[in-house]
Design a protein around this ligand. Structure first.
Ligand code: PGA
Length: 267
């Protein structure tokens, strides 16, 4: 099977997943540090994903207002959502609420949620569909465990996650989705996948998307790499043809480091 052409114009997307770190003041300061240094010639889409209680505060820094409900160059993203439209789900947040506070993106199926909260591909697919229904762009995370990689099952595991997590997504929505390939063994460990290892899986995912939809659609999907992305390894990851950005954890908590990663993806 011929591989999918990578000649399309995919603008890079770099998202900072702040996880459960920072306090209100720290979140505002970090957002200010980033927003104040983003230049006009930057073609990279930046997404800041603070803890949900600080979405509003960070949205204010980005400049989200009633008249301008979404950040443009710097957008707001959430780390999680519930698949239900509303209801008696104590402690949960609906996609429409995220949209209401100015989110344009939402991370779904992060490995920490898959592992710690038992989220299955079915749950992730329900969230993905609900995100689209509310007008959000989901950043769908997939990635193998170290044991999977060591037993040669990376493609099998990643393919099941991609197929399962995108079940029911329309062709039109698929074009706009963001997929984050995050090998679980590389998250927060300092062990980054080599650019070649990452590219191999990104290419595999893009070819799989081609089989699930069409090569034209697959060529438009932005696939981020995540897992110990730092300023010193971002350049070699960005140079790979199927790596269209990064989902950054630890290094996104320092404005200067995050911006150096963004710069690596700038054309
Ligand atoms: P990391 O986290 O950059 O700290 O490895 C990435 C992620 O969990 O999205």
């Amino acid at each position: 099977m011929a591989s999918v052409s990578v000649t399309s114009v995919r603008s890079p997307i770099v998202a900072g997943n702040w996880k459960m770190f920072l306090d209100r003041r720290g979140a505002i300061t970090l957002a200010q540090g980033i927003v104040s240094q983003v230049t006009d010639n930057n073609n990279v889409q930046l997404v800041l994903c603070p803890p949900s209680v600080y979405l509003d505060a960070v949205g204010n820094v980005i400049g989200i207002t009633q008249a301008k409900p979404f950040g443009e160059r710097v957008a707001l993203g959430a780390q999680n959502m519930n698949a239900a439209a509303n209801g008696a789900f104590t402690g949960e947040v609906a996609a429409s609420m995220l949209r209401d506070v100015g989110c344009r993106y939402v991370i779904v199926g992060h490995s920490e949620r898959r592992t710690l909260m038992g989220e299955t591909d079915q749950v992730v697919a329900a969230k993905t569909l609900a995100a689209f229904a509310a007008g959000l762009v989901p950043i769908v995370c997939v990635g193998e465990l170290l044991a999977d990689r060591e037993s040669g099952k990376t493609e099998e595991v990643v393919s099941a996650q991609v197929i399962g997590s995108l079940a029911g997504v329309s062709q039109a929505n698929l074009e706009t989705i963001v997929i984050a390939y995050e090998p679980v063994w590389a998250i927060g460990t300092g062990k980054v996948a080599t650019p070649e290892q990452a590219q191999e899986v990104h290419r595999f995912i893009r070819n799989l998307l081609g089989k699930l939809s069409s090569n034209e659609t697959a060529a438009k999907v932005r696939i981020q790499y995540g897992g110990s992305v730092k300023p010193d390894n971002a350049g070699s990851l960005a140079a790979q043809p199927d790596i269209d950005g990064a989902l950054v954890g630890g290094a996104s908590l320092k404005a200067d480091d995050f911006l150096l990663i963004v710069k690596a993806f700038q054309s």
